[in-house]
Design a protein around this ligand. Structure first.
Ligand code: PNW
Length: 460
């Protein structure tokens, strides 16, 4: 429930990073402009049945042309940072020669942020792999690791003089598992062994890129952004408890453990070796050391917790997510649980001890409607207020949380859901490209202004 107390920016450390988040394919559009080549999402969204509304990111929010207006919105909120991603297909097409026009775009964008007092927080990979690299095997083929390092090298050489903070990957779980295990995301493959191999190459590419980024960027601060979920068993039965443990192993520890020098979780590896003999990834000597390169922060993308029951025969882990009745959910069906974010932050701090943690995404989707030029999205405001209250509590418990980025600045192309899911603090009318700041955006703005944002919103 919304805390009764006044919550304001002043309750957080003065140097706290406050931002919003977006990603290239979800907002930019301009599919063929200035030498951009196709990404796996252009291919995927052209396949019938992949995207709920049959749409694609070909135009999206037309941010490629409207970025000054969008950065003005971010500044208007009173944020001091903006997280975005760089489109690999704008930087490298065919032939391995960097595309000057693509680099120029991000150069202008970064300068635009700096002019507006927004710290740029770029993510190098937020799922838009050039299709030409997918044709060579994509994340399943080991060579991708070197292509990623080359890409990171070119981009950080160009922007590193103005951008100290770099996020290598957004949500390796999604890249690996939605992309290659359940096939819900591009490239739409359904094969456990491919997914696990892809996850290893994503992590390895992170590990090998970090030293290259440091060499190019004075005072670099580098990390990866992970989507993590609090997991609990559906019952006290030993089978459910074991299933929840395995599920946590693949959802959370599969990424956290190797990044923090613990290698892949032995329980998950053993289970996979037993249940699907050939599915365990091929790991070469030195890989785990490379992945465990020290970083400066961990990014947490937090959306929802999961309840897990044993399910013989289901998936590689014989576990399934249980849909519980009577809990608050967003329009996506995701459970609203602000305490889950606090729980994860404390766990990351206690079990892995990163130097700093940034909430790099957190947000909710609802079926927003425009009424006389306004969007009264009270449930999103309530969601935001309650998550910020939970965040404040963790700082009180000495968890090194240093920033928060709301997902998202704008309604955008929500991957397999197309334009049917709105996550923005800003409403986008995709027919006219008109932007309307929602009530939740106004609430965030009041909060950031230091106005005590005592909530008068319905509790749910
Ligand atoms: C994140 N899950 O995706 C992404 O980083 C964003 O690009 C996306 O728009 C946002 O969350 C909202 O979906 C996720 O199934 C996709 O656990 C799937 C999951 C979590 C996050």
């Amino acid at each position: 429930n919304i805390p009764d107390t006044a919550l304001a920016r002043g309750d957080f450390p003065a140097n706290f990073t406050w931002g919003t988040s977006t990603s290239s394919y979800q907002i930019e559009g301009a599919r063929h402009e200035d030498g951009r080549v196709d990404s796996i999402w252009d291919t995927f969204s052209a396949q019938p049945g992949r995207i709920r509304d049959g749409s694609s990111g070909a135009i999206a929010c037309d941010h490629y042309h409207r970025w000054p207006e969008d950065l003005d919105i971010a500044r208007g909120l009173g944020t001091n940072a903006y997280r975005f991603s760089i489109a690999w297909p704008r930087i490298f097409g065919a032939g391995g020669v960097p595309n000057a026009k693509g680099l120029d775009f991000y150069d202008r964008l970064v300068d635009g942020m700096l002019e507006r007092g927004l710290q740029p927080w770029p993510t190098l990979y937020h799922w838009d792999l050039p299709q030409v690299l997918q044709d060579l095997g994509g994340w399943m083929a080991r060579d991708i690791v070197h292509r990623f390092v080359d890409y990171a090298d070119v981009v950080t050489r160009r922007l590193g003089d103005r951008v100290p903070q770099w996020i290598t990957h957004n949500e390796p779980w999604c890249t690996a598992m939605h992309g290659h295990m359940d096939g819900m995301h591009a490239p739409g493959i359904r094969d456990v062994a491919s997914a696990l191999q892809a996850s290893h190459h994503v992590l390895l590419s992170h590990g090998l890129a970090v030293p290259v980024i440091r060499a190019n960027v004075p005072g670099a601060r580098v990390g990866a952004a992970l989507s993590l979920h609090p997991i609990r068993p559906a019952s006290e039965s030993p089978d459910d408890i074991a299933a929840a443990q395995r599920h946590d192993g693949l959802r959370n520890r599969w990424f956290l453990d190797p990044l923090f020098g613990k290698g892949y979780p032995a329980d998950v590896l053993a289970y996979i070796r037993e249940s699907m003999r050939d599915a365990a990834p091929r790991i070469e000597a030195g890989d785990l050391d490379a992945i465990a390169v020290p970083t400066d922060f961990t990014g947490l993308n937090y959306y929802f917790p999961e309840v897990i029951a044993a399910a013989p025969g289901e998936g590689p882990l014989h576990a399934r997510v249980v849909h519980r009745e009577g809990v608050e959910r967003t329009a996506f069906g995701w459970e609203v649980a602000p305490g889950g974010m606090a729980q994860l932050l404390k766990r990351i701090h206690a079990e892995y001890g990163p130097k700093a943690i940034y909430v790099t995404e957190n947000g909710s989707c609802y079926d927003d409607v425009v009424q006389e030029g306004q969007v009264h999205d009270d449930r999103r405001t309530s969601y935001l207020a309650r998550h910020l209250a939970a965040l404040k509590d963790t700082i009180g418990e000495s968890v090194p949380v240093a920033g928060y980025f709301a997902w998202s600045l704008l309604d955008n192309f929500e991957w397999a859901e197309g334009y049917t899911r709105r996550f923005g603090l800003t409403y986008v009318d995709f027919a006219t490209q008109q932007r309307i700041l929602k009530d939740s955006g106004k609430w965030y703005r009041a909060f950031l202004d230091g106005a005590p944002a005592v909530s008068k919103f319905p509790q749910s």
